[in-house]
Design a protein. Structure first.
Lengths: 345, 316, 367
């Protein structure tokens, strides 16, 4: 019973946090009109001074900040998130949710790669503790962690796109999420390109989508696998020192069985939670990678939003992603309780 | 009188044994450090970078390096010369890492950028640590409503995705160094609050703290002279790791275009020059990026090694 | 009286641990003999090396342990010379160890049943045989007497084919049976529970069941009651006493509590500073302790019946195993120490039939 209370408490906390985030972003984005003009989204080069004044009056940009916030809250609860100019003045939520699945695709593939490479790397590191394999694995993990994402992105493009092309090898594309001539050839169901391609039975589309996502996902994965590998390593080392491992060996079990049946189950529990957090973090943090690969996701949009002063988009973006982050934290904590039989709420 | 003398004597013995214990601990830590080749590599790299940074103005004369020689064009235009590690055919200068759009030698610029990047990193991390640790220590120690309030505020900052906060902050407060430093600080401080709060909470319940309280020691004194020194190790580890992370973040901001001065020698800024022309002149991004990578790697190796050494569970 | 068969013989075992602070000379030429079917207690204070010796038998030493010399002979073969696979065979079927703290020695994420059934995975022939027997004779009662006897090497499985499902069912049944053997109520339920859901005493019985399930020649009980509270301790001891009469396995019972050893064992071996200093049948050890250490130990056990002013203790300090005393490690605290005792460690001699001492104050009596 207590676990439901816990969940409800966390959800209430989530609402509080979201308010906090919205206030901070609002204050920053609208509170300094000299730096970021809140009316920027509604004007063009041809706007006259009178039209400008009218726009300011209509939207209440000249009112005190807390009043503006209140208006914004009203709008938001009515479903109106404002307008984003550079996407042909479309409503902001459409701009966001049109592109959100692309970021999701990128993140999911990146997380899969991270797990596929990071977990074995961590296990090897732990089993061969302080031997050469350990040092090499740690070096790889730490290098990944220290790599600037734009550097990795560009280097990958240099090799697999540019040089491979120069050398006549099959090359990976460096822009967008599908080949341009394929855009719009299939119905949009989920918005995730690979998924939609498979659902429509159009394997060319799906393949093209897969090929496009490889480099950007790998860039993200390379950076993240360090944390995961290190966590697994530490966790495994800790577990292997436990007394129950000695007991398992004393039963005459082969070392492989000891590792896979006894040690790993214990060691992987924190990894599950980390993977969840990784997913949430990558969703919001892929902006540079999206920029470098011209990936039409929300990260790239947020960059443009900052430069263009699009406070509407920034608010929506921050709130959606903050909600995902907080919610993922909650899910991960609850999951931990399920996975580790020792924890009772 | 006798009793007082005994008291001072025993205090003296306690202090002496404390010092001895501290020295023993230190020796053990150094022993563990020496055993780990990766950490030693990290230490060497950090030392190398710091020394280079300190000597930067000796190695490269900023006056000549920063000169915009506009007779030298972008290295990639077909009419001009490529300056890629070989003697340029016309100009008899040797640029190991190539030149940038203004004809400045990239290696020189990187060396000049080093002290800037390192000192910014130190500034940001110190600020984050100072701020975060104060808040966190108070939160953990005092508890109650203050603790709740600080925790909630920290939660809000934790919920921000990626660089958004830093970017918006920078966009709003202008492209000057101070606001950029503050922008990155705003993203990095919450970690320390949580870290130290957890430590303080755990330490508070330890038996020796109860004993000190029973002996009548004041709360402030307990916090500063006993709890904090024992909780400092994870902070140290995190700060070292963060030195690398902060450089990555800060240079990323510069890369995206937030720099106050496009000609400023800063690693991310140098890299941003290459964005439009990457395939023809990859060296603009590759080498400064590589420098950032190695600096961050050095700090990460160091921090990771420190973490292994200072983890009380791995010390035997 | 026929000569009893020697099951395990530790000869002059020397072992060091390599640590940051120096070499810990944990075992300094330990000698120990265990006969088939007997209960031998190994007593000594913390740090004297008794647990280390036990772990050495099964090859469960940590990475920083180095064996410098000596032999461990089990059924005629030196265990120290065996390969990893051979040692695992022995662990699975011939020597079983029960550990001290059942909380940390049981895997928290696996149920008691899973951990118990694992034992049968490695004892395929036993499993197969039981399966065949129960298929031939469904509804037969579990034969606890057989369970408690050591397997004899003649028991090879017949060629009859048995399905995996049957084997699994037998494993479950046997697990239940062995849990019943250790006097645990409701074994079905316990098998589905996780270690933290069981009490300390129950966990310890699960560990005992895991050891008995292998039907070993030798059971090593390493301070199995030290982590339990006194009432539970008494229960386990009761159980062990009943067990020792019914099983033909030898029990090596390690403890620091002399009185517990007295209740349970046929013979007692006293360890000090890394080697065995005296071995004798239980009653004789208490009536007439030979080694000075044993004598002082016995004197220091408080007797409820007598009114005493101070507790007797053994003067001096526990030896520092990194720079231990030379020669006989007890000599700094020994009231009878002589010149010789500083120089060389006294060898273990049989002073009378069945009584061994390592002390220069005694000589072999002409028989």
């Amino acid at each position: 019973m207590k676990i439901y209370v816990y969940i409800i408490r966390r959800l209430i906390l989530m609402i509080f946090v979201l308010f906090g985030v919205s206030v901070i972003v609002f204050v920053l984005a609208r509170g300094f009109p000299s730096a970021l003009d809140p009316a920027a989204m509604y004007i063009t080069e041809h706007t006259t001074a009178e039209q400008y004044a009218k726009i300011v009056e209509d939207h209440g940009f000249n009112k005190p900040l807390y009043v503006q916030y209140f208006y914004w809250l009203q709008d938001v609860f009515g479903g109106d998130w404002g307008v984003s100019k550079w996407a042909a003045s479309q409503p902001t939520y459409k701009v966001f949710f049109d592109r959100f699945p692309y970021t999701v695709e990128l993140t999911v593939v990146a997380v899969l790669m991270t797990v596929a490479i990071g977990i074995p790397l961590g296990i090897i590191s732990a089993i061969r503790n302080n031997k050469i394999e350990d040092h090499v694995s740690r070096l790889i993990a730490l290098t990944g962690y220290s790599t600037p994402s734009y550097w990795m992105g560009y280097v990958l493009q240099l090799i697999f796109f540019y040089y491979f092309y120069m050398w006549g090898l099959p090359y990976l594309p460096n822009k967008g999420m599908v080949d341009e001539f394929l855009l719009g050839t299939i119905p949009r169901v989920s918005g995730v390109p690979i998924l939609d391609g498979l659902l429509a039975g159009n394997l060319t589309y799906a393949w093209s989508a897969l090929v496009h996502v490889l480099m950007p996902a790998f860039t993200l994965a390379f950076i993240s696998l360090g944390t995961l590998a290190r966590l697994i390593r530490a966790s495994m080392l800790e577990v292997m020192r436990q007394d129950y491992i000695i007991l398992a060996r004393s039963k005459g079990l082969a070392e492989r069985v000891v590792i896979y049946r006894h040690a790993m189950k214990n060691a992987l529990i924190p990894a599950v939670t980390l993977t969840g957090l990784l997913f949430a973090g990558l969703l919001g943090g892929a902006m540079i990678t999206e920029y470098v690969f011209t990936w039409p996701g929300v990260g790239r949009m947020s960059l443009q939003a900052v430069f263009q002063g699009d406070s509407n988009f920034l608010l929506l973006y921050s709130l959606v992603l903050a909600a995902i982050i907080v919610f993922t934290n909650l899910v991960v904590d609850v999951l931990y309780a399920f996975l580790d039989p020792r924890i009772k709420y | 009188m006798e009793v007082e003398k005994k008291e001072t004597q025993s205090k003296e013995t306690i202090r002496r044994s404390e010092r001895q214990a501290f020295i023993d601990n230190l020796k053990f830590s150094l022993y563990l450090l020496r055993k780990n080749p990766l950490v030693m590599a990290g230490i060497l790299m950090v030392v190398f970078f710091v020394v280079t940074a300190l000597l930067s103005h000796v190695l490269v004369d900023p006056a000549t390096a920063g000169v915009y020689d506009f007779s030298k064009n972008y290295g990639w235009s077909k009419d001009a010369w490529f300056q890629w590690g070989v003697q340029a055919r016309i100009i008899d200068e040797f640029h190991v890492f190539g030149t940038d759009g203004w004809g400045r030698d990239i290696l020189h610029m990187m060396i000049l950028a080093l002290p800037l990047d390192l000192s910014i990193a130190v500034a940001i991390v110190s600020g984050a640590v100072a701020f975060g640790v104060c808040l966190g220590a108070v939160a953990g120690f005092v508890g109650g409503k203050l603790d709740e309030a600080i925790l909630r505020i920290t939660d809000i900052f934790f919920a921000f995705p990626g660089l958004v906060l830093a970017m918006v902050f920078a966009a709003v407060f202008g492209r000057n160094m101070v606001s950029l430093v503050m922008a990155v600080l705003a993203v990095w401080w919450p970690v320390y609050v949580r870290l130290i709060r957890g430590q303080v909470l755990a330490e508070k319940e330890r038996a020796y703290i109860q004993a000190l309280k029973a002996a009548g020691l004041g709360r402030v004194r307990i916090l500063f002279r006993h709890i904090l020194p024992n909780t400092i190790y994870p902070i140290l580890v995190q700060a070292t790791l963060d030195l690398g992370g902060v450089i990555l973040t800060f240079s990323a901001l510069m890369f995206l275009g937030f720099s106050p001065n496009p000609a400023m020698p800063e690693l991310g800024n140098l890299a941003s020059d290459g964005i439009g022309h990457f395939f023809e002149a990859p060296w603009l991004i590759v080498f400064p990026g590589l420098a950032i990578l190695t600096i961050a790697l050095a700090f990460n190796l160091l921090g990771d090694g420190l973490r292994d050494v200072l983890d009380p569970r791995l010390r035997r | 009286m026929t000569e009893r068969e020697v099951l395990l013989k530790i000869e002059d075992l020397k072992l060091n641990f390599h640590t940051y602070r120096g070499e810990v000379k944990a075992l300094n030429g330990a000698d120990l003999t265990v006969y088939r079917g007997e209960v031998l207690s190994l007593v000594g204070e913390s740090g004297c090396g008794k647990s280390t010796a036990a772990h050495a038998i099964l090859g469960l030493l940590p990475d920083n342990a180095y064996i410098l010399g000596g032999r461990i002979i089990f059924k005629g073969e030196d265990l120290l010379k065996k390969s990893g696979a051979e040692i695992r065979e022995i662990r699975a079927k011939q020597i079983a160890m029960i550990f001290q703290d059942p909380m940390t020695y049981l895997n928290p994420v696996l149920t008691a049943g899973t951990q118990l059934r694992e034992v049968f995975d490695l004892n395929e022939d036993f499993l197969k045989q039981e399966t065949i027997l129960s298929l031939e004779n469904p509804g037969r009662k579990p034969d606890y007497d057989i369970y408690l006897t050591t397997r004899t090497s003649g028991e090879t499985a017949q060629d009859a084919r048995v399905s995996k499902g049957d084997l699994k069912a037998t494993a479950n049944r046997l697990s239940r049976d062995f849990l019943t053997l250790t006097q645990l109520p409701d074994p079905e339920r316990i098998m589905t529970q996780y270690p933290h859901e069981l009490s300390g005493g129950m966990r310890q019985r699960v560990m005992i069941a895991m050891a008995l399930a292998r039907r070993p020649y030798l059971l090593i009980a390493d301070e199995i009651t030290s982590a339990l509270d006194v009432t539970v301790q008494a229960q386990i001891l009761q159980f062990l006493k009943a067990l020792r009469d019914k099983t033909d396995a030898a029990i090596l019972f390690i403890t620091h509590d002399l009185s517990v050893a007295a209740e349970l064992s046929d013979r007692i071996a006293v360890m000090y500073g890394g080697s065995v200093v005296e071995v004798a049948p239980t009653a004789e050890l208490f009536q007439r302790p030979l080694h000075p250490y044993t004598q002082l130990l016995q004197k220091s056990i408080p007797d409820v019946r007598k009114v005493e002013k101070r507790l007797d203790s053994i003067p001096g300090f526990v030896p520092d195993m990194i720079s231990p005393p030379s020669g006989c490690r007890f000599h700094p605290r020994c009231p009878y120490a002589r010149e010789k005792c500083h120089l060389e460690k006294p060898p273990m001699i049989e002073v009378e039939k069945g009584r061994f001492v390592a002390c220069y104050n005694y000589e072999v009596q002409a028989s």
